[in-house]
Write a protein of this length. Structure first.
Length: 339
């Protein structure tokens, strides 16, 4: 799931949603129930991805579900990191200049714990660390948030499914309450999702991708969700997924990614998705509220095309100017939570 630059996605900040929606064509009537907003790598539009600060940013915004990525270190520790290498989001090249290509799997947990995982994003987050999965789970217990956990690149880490389940079990995340309503494990690897289901049948699982409709019954044997990129979705595809029951006897769900603006959020919500994964989960939440969506829809229908385009561009420009202020506001909220 790719992370988009902040300037390209913040045109739908709270208070500007109606203007942005005015610039897009009318869509179907909004759902009676809004899809779940899910914070992608934490609220990664506001804080460095996959850090505890990003969890706190989501918490400050009132977002209950966070998504993260898990990989394994050289000495077998599970850490929360998206890329297979450490160079994009840490200062590993500065601390370990002779260790190229800086793969996660080539470093020990102690070495990774020394890295600064925040300064690349904003000096406000200097010194933020790469959390272990253990630290991450304990933090979520404190914030009372839920977890969509992605096993990243499972082909690089044979047996990682058992390691992840073992860590979840030791931290109390495989009890009845968590597996019923607080945890989903997903992966791009179908074999990895199947392994999780085989080893822990009670745990809800998701497959990341857009399988052909004819293949969906096979996935329904071990996956509760089909989670495609939003660019591949159609309302008919969502309907086909919902028509099947997953391994727990309930209709399969669709969580789509990575949706970072109000117009796209409204579009996929109108397709009937169950969850929307976003770097800006507050934008998704505000854009897909049924009452707000209905109001915005009225404005879209009544405004002349030229006026809609002008209003949309003005809103995007204003949002770009607001983006920096908004990020610092959330940073202040995070600081107050930690204070």
């Amino acid at each position: 799931m790719s992370l988009r630059p902040a300037a390209a996605v913040t045109g739908s900040l709270a208070g500007l949603c109606a203007f942005v929606l005015a610039a897009v064509p009318a869509q179907a009537a909004p759902r009676a129930e809004a899809p779940l907003p899910i914070a992608h790598r934490g609220a990664s539009g506001y804080a460095p991805e996959n850090t505890l600060a990003a969890v706190d940013a989501a918490h400050a915004l009132g977002v209950r579900w966070v998504e993260n990525d898990v990989q394994r270190t050289r000495d077998g520790e599970l850490v929360v990191m998206h890329d297979a290498t450490l160079s994009r989001t840490t200062d590993v090249e500065e601390l370990f200049p002779d260790r190229a290509p800086w793969r996660v799997a080539d470093f020990t947990a102690a070495e990774i714990a020394r890295l600064d995982a925040g300064s690349w994003f904003d000096p406000l987050y200097a010194g933020e660390r790469v959390p272990t999965l253990e630290q991450y789970l304990r933090h979520l217990n404190r914030t009372r948030q839920n977890l969509l956990l992605e096993i990243k690149r499972p082909e690089l880490y044979p047996g990682i499914e058992a390691d992840v389940l073992g860590e979840l079990r030791s931290e109390g995340w495989l009890d009845r309450q968590h597996v019923r309503s607080k945890l989903v494990i997903q992966s791009f690897g179908a074999d990895s999702v199947r392994a999780v289901h085989d080893q822990a049948p009670a745990v809800r699982t998701g497959f990341l991708g857009t399988p052909a409709v004819a293949e969906l019954p096979d996935y329904a044997r071990f996956s509760d969700q089909i989670n495609p990129p939003h660019t591949t979705l159609t309302a008919e595809y969502v309907r086909q997924v919902h028509a099947l029951k997953g391994p727990h006897g309930r209709p399969m769900e669709v969580f789509t990614w990575t949706v970072n603006d109000a117009a796209a959020a409204r579009r996929v919500a109108d397709m009937g998705v169950d969850g929307i994964i976003s770097n800006y989960p507050d934008v998704v939440r505000d854009a897909t509220r049924p009452a707000a969506g209905a109001a915005a829809g009225g404005e879209r229908e009544d405004a002349p095309e030229e006026a809609r385009e002008e209003a949309g561009e003005d809103a995007r420009e204003e949002a770009r100017e607001e983006a920096g202020r908004e990020r610092r506001n959330v940073s202040d909220l995070v600081a107050s939570l930690r204070g």
